[in-house]
Design a protein around this ligand. Structure first.
Ligand code: NAP
Length: 347
C-alpha cells in the first residue's frame, strides 16, 4: 500500500508526448503540481500546449530538460516527488531503419536511467510506467491455444528484427521490474495500453498513433484493408488510468488498458459512416496472400503478415476496470474524434 501526498509534485517523463500531455493536463486539472521532462524545453514548436496549460494553472507546471540516453539527467527534476510517471519512450512504426538505436536503446537505457534516478531520490515511493500490450504479446498468432491475453502473459516472440517496437517495450518493462525487485522503498505499477487513439493536445507528436490513422488518408488502403485485428483505447482513458494507478494505494502489478478489439476494415467503416465516401476508406478486406505479396512495398515484413493478418485477438482489461475503476470509451468515439481533429488541424 503506497499513499502519495497530494501536495507533492508529480514527475511526468516525456511530458510533451501524445499520452503524457493528457496526463499532465488531467493532473493539473485535479490540482496537482507537475514537473514535466522534455528533451528541449526551449524548442519553439511542440510545447505550445504545455505553455498554455502553464498559463491556465499558474505556478503548478514546470518543464525540465532530460534525455533518456543521458544518465543522471532526470535526477534534479525528481527531487521531492513521490510519484513518477514514466511515459517517455519512442513509439515509431514503419520507418525504423536502425531499431536498436531508434527503439531499444532509448526504451531500455532510458528506463534504467529513470529508475536509477528513482533509486537515488529518497522521496519517490511509486513509479507508474507506461508499458504496452505489446509487452504482453508480440503477434496475434501468440493467441494460439489461449482464450485471451491477460496481465499474466509476457511477449516472448518479438526480437530486435521482428516487431522491434514490441521488443523494446518488453525488455524495458522487464528491466523495470528487475530494478524494482532489487529494493523495497518504491513500488511499480505498469499500464499496458493497446493502440491509443483519440484527440491530441499537440500536433508535434510522431507517435505510431498518428501514423496509423494517416494510413486511412494516404490511399494505402484504397483497394482494401488487411484482415488485421487490434485493440483500441482512448488517450484520455489511458491518461486517467495512469493517474488512478498512481494515487490508488492498493494498485500493484500490471494493468491492461483496452476498450475494444477492432479490425482495420471496422475502423474504415466507422470513418465512412461519419465522414462519407469522399476519402478512400477501405470497403473490403484483401486476401492474405495478396497482402503478403505487397507487404515489403508497404513497409511490412512477410513474417508480420504471416503472424498477424487473419488471426483473432482478445485482450482482457477486467482487472483495470474493477480494481482501478477505469471505464473505457467506445472505440468509435476515439476514431472519429481523432480523425476530425486531423482534418481540423489540416494534417
Ligand atoms: P509520443 O507522442 O511520441 O511520445 C513519446 C515521448 O517520448 C515524447 O514526449 C518524446 O519526447 C519522448 N522521447 C523519445 N525519445 C526520447 C529521448 N531520447 N529522451 C527523452 N524523451 C524522449 O508517443 P506516445 O504515443 O505518447 O507514447 C508514450 C508512451 O506510451 C511510450 O512509452 C509508448 O511506448 C507508450 N504506448 C503508446 C501507445 C500508443 O498507441 N500511442 C500504446 C501503448 C504504449 P520529445 O518531445 O522530447 O521528443
Amino acid at each position: 500500500m503506497t499513499a502519495i501526498d497530494p501536495g507533492a509534485p508529480v514527475l511526468v517523463t516525456g511530458g510533451s508526448g501524445y499520452i503524457a500531455s493528457w496526463i499532465v493536463r488531467y493532473l493539473l486539472e485535479d490540482g496537482y503540481g507537475v514537473r514535466a521532462t522534455v528533451r528541449d524545453p526551449d524548442k519553439p514548436r511542440g510545447l505550445e500546449h504545455l505553455h498554455a496549460l502553464d498559463r491556465e494553472h499558474p505556478g503548478k507546471l514546470t518543464l525540465h530538460r532530460a534525455d533518456l540516453l543521458e544518465p543522471g539527467s532526470f535526477t534534479a527534476a525528481m527531487d521531492g516527488c513521490q510519484l513518477v510517471i514514466h511515459t517517455a519512450s519512442p513509439f515509431l512504426l514503419g520507418t525504423v531503419k536502425d531499431p536498436e538505436r531508434q527503439l531499444v536503446r532509448p526504451a531500455l537505457e532510458g528506463t534504467r536511467n529513470v529508475l536509477s534516478a528513482v533509486d537515488q531520490t529518497p522521496s519517490v515511493t511509486r513509479v507508474v510506467l507506461t508499458s504496452s500490450v505489446v509487452a504482453i504479446y508480440g503477434d496475434n498468432a501468440d493467441m494460439t491455444g489461449k482464450a485471451c491475453f491477460t496481465e499474466a502473459d509476457w511477449n516472448t516472440t518479438s526480437t530486435v528484427d521482428h516487431q522491434p517496437y514490441s521488443y523494446s517495450k518488453t525488455v524495458a518493462e522487464r528491466a523495470a521490474w528487475a530494478t524494482q525487485e532489487a529494493q523495497q522503498r518504491w513500488d511499480l505499477v505498469t499500464i499496458h495500453p493497446s493502440l491509443v487513439l483519440g484527440p491530441s493536445l499537440t500536433t508535434a507528436s510522431v507517435s505510431g498513433s498518428m501514423t496509423t490513422m494517416e494510413h486511412f488518408v494516404d490511399n494505402s488502403m484504397a483497394l482494401g484493408a488487411p484482415a488485421l485485428k487490434m485493440g483500441i483505447v482512448d488517450v484520455r482513458d489511458v491518461a486517467r488510468a495512469h493517474i488512478v494507478a498512481g494515487f490508488t494505494p492498493a494498485a500493484h502489478g500490471r494493468y491492461v488498458a483496452n476498450s475494444e478489439i477492432v479490425s482495420m476494415l471496422g475502423i474504415g467503416e466507422v470513418l465512412r459512416a461519419r465522414f462519407g465516401s469522399r476519402l478512400s476508406f477501405p470497403t473490403r478486406e484483401l486476401p492474405k496472400l495478396l497482402i503478403k505479396l505487397v507487404a515489403p512495398a508497404a513497409g511490412l515484413t512477410r513474417s508480420f503478415v504471416d503472424r498477424n493478418v487473419g488471426w483473432p485477438l482478445c485482450l482482457d482489461s477486467a482487472r483495470t476496470r474493477t480494481e482501478l475503476g477505469v471505464e473505457f470509451r467506445p472505440a468509435r468515439e476515439s476514431v472519429v474524434e481523432q480523425f476530425q481533429q486531423m482534418i481540423d488541424d489540416g494534417l
